[in-house]
Ligand binder design. Structure first.
Ligand code: ATP
Length: 243
């Protein structure tokens, strides 16, 4: 690897350093460092209340940071969800963010890459273009929320518990769409996921949060082999959902 290539790979994507954030005087998240390279998908695991959503909100500028810096492609962005941040960061939270009274096609008229690219990644939406978003299934709505965020072509996508309440077949489609889109457009993706199976499927790397800090980081290829230990130490026992 040349020096120039090494420098590029260090500076593209998302670089979070010493992040602390919370809701009152005591921080919920402390001293968190997180790198997600361009085109890379990182899954965040951790038990309820570990601080995963808080981390996403603080990175995205939707929650004020007490300390820390966030850089995208090597340029620092400040904490406010101002125009530049909104253009560069897509945040999809649990619970779907679509306009229910508008059709799928109308919901997709938001971005820079347009409907065709969203339909390439999520072909299922192609047959639902004239259906009101509020009449789509839960999985289709989640797919549409994600497609809306992707259409804006952000540099960073922050995704919170997309699989919540969805059938495995829909999760497979969502996660393979995310991987494809991240790779094709060089987007840095951080996805909070509670099921280890899906985290291993979608991510290149996995980080585990515990009590507001990053407790463990590993390649996703090692995740399922260390499942028992990780569940015991950080997730409060085995995942009995079968996923
Ligand atoms: P979960 O999967 O349960 O959402 P999480 O890891 O995403 O877990 P957070 O939602 O970041 O955790 O919550 C971390 C802590 O912050 C919890 O103790 C939670 O009660 C608290 N918290 C979250 N949102 C708020 C809020 N709006 N006001 C006050 N405290 C909050």
């Amino acid at each position: 690897m040349t020096t120039e290539t090494a420098h590029t790979s260090r500076t593209t994507g998302l670089d979070v350093r010493d992040l602390s954030a919370g809701y009152g005087s005591a921080p919920v998240v402390s001293g968190l460092n997180l790198r997600v390279g361009a085109g890379e998908v990182v899954a965040m695991l951790g038990r309820n209340g570990a601080g995963k959503t808080t981390t996403l909100m603080a990175i995205g500028g939707f929650l004020k940071r007490a300390t820390g810096t966030v850089a995208i492609d090597g340029a620092a962005v400040d904490g406010a969800p101002h125009r530049r941040m909104r253009r560069q960061v897509g945040l999809v939270l649990e619970g779907r963010s679509v306009f229910p009274a508008l059709t799928t096609a109308q919901n997709l008229k938001v971005g820079r890459v347009g409907q065709a690219e969203a339909l390439r990644v999520f072909p299922d939406l192609g047959g639902r273009l004239n259906v009101r978003a509020g009449s789509l299934s839960g999985g289709e709505q989640q797919m549409l929320s994600l497609a809306r965020a992707m259409c804006r072509l952000p540099r960073v996508l922050l995704l919170d518990e997309l699989s919540f309440g969805l059938a495995p077949v829909m999760c497979d489609r969502l996660f393979s769409g995310i991987r494809q889109f991240a790779a094709d457009h060089g987007i840095a993706v951080a996805v909070v996921e509670q099921h280890l199976h899906y985290a291993a499927m979608v991510a290149d790397r996995v980080v585990v949060m515990h009590q507001g800090r990053l407790a463990l980081e590993l390649p996703s290829s090692e995740l399922l082999g260390r499942r028992g230990e990780i569940e015991q130490l950080y997730l409060g026992g085995p995942d009995l959902s079968g996923a």
